[in-house]
Design a protein around this ligand. Structure first.
Ligand code: GAP
Length: 453
């Protein structure tokens, strides 16, 4: 399978995402809103499949994790206690020539001289801190007393609700609280398609433990998270674990791994797995005056739990899934001539549409009726797509391009016209091998469900 050069690769992916309805620029007809994206009919399915699978393995398949869904609007005291109001900022520099606002790490360094990456100018301002949080006002009065923030991470609402959730769930350490939801950061320079956005989603787990378990659980969660990426079909060879050195880690973290992916625009962070010690709960206990301690029944000790946090970006994982799945190969068209086939090789459990269903000819009432019967049979079990227009090869190509793993064709054999033993069988085509096999309609649900679960 050939893969185009990196920049071409990225352009093709962005075009495909728009052309087939995965991802659009937000507010596009008004010129677009920088750093915000809308997911179209296929993008939203892919995103749901990803989030559902994360939730399934992180919450439903475990005894020791419960979920929550916190508010986006956040009390300023929460984010003062967490350190975000004071310190959640990036160093920003302006280019006096082209007026671009730039993050310090985006400048080009030519023999020790910093230059603007847009226009090459060396006429740059000094760096100043730019807070990344979106501030808003709650209620009618827009003054100091009504300030609230859009949360910059989902994690803080988990820490703030720790005591309530501990009480209602009656969990014992170690246990986790999971959340999927929106987060907002006023990034200085959003870029690389959805990679760095101003509005994005996170899948975060705060896994609370005894202090002596922290380092071991950091290793455990790093491995669990690598397994997750494997289970959703991301190539292991493109994933890398970076042990974040002391000088780059938050001062309260005793260990952090970045899980990075080789995107077409470079190796970049997909997820952070951090041992945050007892920093967050201690800060909130101090600032709120409410006890966030855990009482150990066995040792009769009270203490503030430590926490290990795997924090993944939904949008970055979606982008990695699409980049990883994209391929081009040579395949015969309806007349047997070789042509380039674009294919998204999504894992069947992630694919937006699981199965395309096609009557061989659209002007044959019996074929159409039978194909619609197959649609009705499968629809309660999975997301399927019925298509009767164009040559059958074209219909396969359209599904290959959006990553549909299976195609079912209802043909004259299905009607039992040539061979009565083949009545009520269909051809089942595999997207990746393009091989076709005959299968009884009655066996379709169980066969396909085993693949997509
Ligand atoms: N609670 C910890 C936390 O928020 P982070 O490394 O700042 O840590 C975690 O963010 C993950 O959220 C990142 O690994 C990334 O996948 C995603 N993320 C962060 N900023 C993002 C942005 N501007 N656009 C898209 N995803 C982002």
């Amino acid at each position: 399978m050939s893969v185009p050069t990196d920049q071409q690769h990225m352009e093709k992916i962005v075009n495909l995402c728009k052309r087939r309805g995965f991802i659009f620029q937000a507010s596009e007809i008004y010129g677009g809103l920088n750093g915000a994206w809308d997911y179209g009919p296929l993008g939203v399915e892919l995103k749901r499949n990803l989030k559902n699978y994360w939730w399934r393995v992180t919450v439903h398949e475990r005894e020791d994790v419960v979920g929550m869904d916190g508010a986006i609007l956040t009390h300023p005291d929460v984010l003062k206690a967490s350190g975000h109001v004071e310190g959640f900022s990036d160093p920003m520099i302006d280019c006096r020539s082209c007026k671009a606002h730039l993050r310090l790490d985006q400048l080009i360094d030519k023999k020790g001289v910093k230059q603007c990456p847009n226009c090459g100018s060396k006429d740059l301002t000094e760096a100043r801190q730019f807070n990344l949080m979106f501030e808003t006002h709650v209620g009618a009065a827009a003054d100091e007393s009504s300030i609230a923030y859009l949360r910059p991470e989902t994690a803080q609402s988990i820490f703030v609700q720790f005591k309530n959730i501990l009480e209602v769930s009656r969990k014992k350490l170690p246990f986790g609280i999971a959340q999927i939801g929106k987060a907002f950061r006023n990034e200085i320079n959003p870029r690389n398609f959805t990679f760095r956005s101003r509005e994005f989603e996170q899948m975060e787990l705060e896994y609370f433990c005894r202090p002596e378990q922290g380092m071991e659980l950091l290793e455990y969660w790093k491995e669990e998270r690598l397994k997750f990426y494997d289970d959703i079909g991301i190539s292991r060879s493109k994933l890398h674990v970076r042990n974040v050195p002391d000088e780059e880690r938050a001062f309260y973290s005793k260990g952090t791994y970045d899980i990075e992916y080789d995107f077409p625009f470079g190796r970049q962070e997909l997820e952070g797995v951090a041992y945050r010690t007892d920093y967050d709960l201690s800060q909130h206990q101090k600032a709120s005056g409410k006890s966030l301690e855990y009482f150990d029944d066995e040792t009769k000790q009270r203490f503030i739990p430590h926490v290990v946090e795997p924090s993944a970006g939904v949008d970055r994982t979606i982008l990695a899934l699409i980049c990883d799945a994209y391929g081009e190969d040579q395949a015969p068209d309806d007349k047997g001539k070789m042509e380039t086939r674009v294919v998204l090789r999504f894992h069947p459990r992630l694919a937006p549409i699981k199965c395309g269903i096609f009557p061989l000819l659209k002007n044959n009432a019996q074929l159409v009726a039978k194909a619609k019967e197959v649609v009705a049979l499968l629809r309660p079990h999975m997301h399927v797509f019925y298509d009767e227009s164009g040559a059958i090869g074209r219909r396969y190509r359209r599904q290959d391009e959006i990553g549909t793993p299976f195609g079912i064709t209802v043909d004259f054999e299905t009607l039992g016209e040539k061979d009565p033993t083949l009545r009520d069988t269909v051809t089942l085509r595999d997207r990746d091998s393009m091989k076709q096999r005959r299968i009884a309609i009655g066996a379709l649900v169980s066969t396909l469900r085993a693949e997509i679960i």
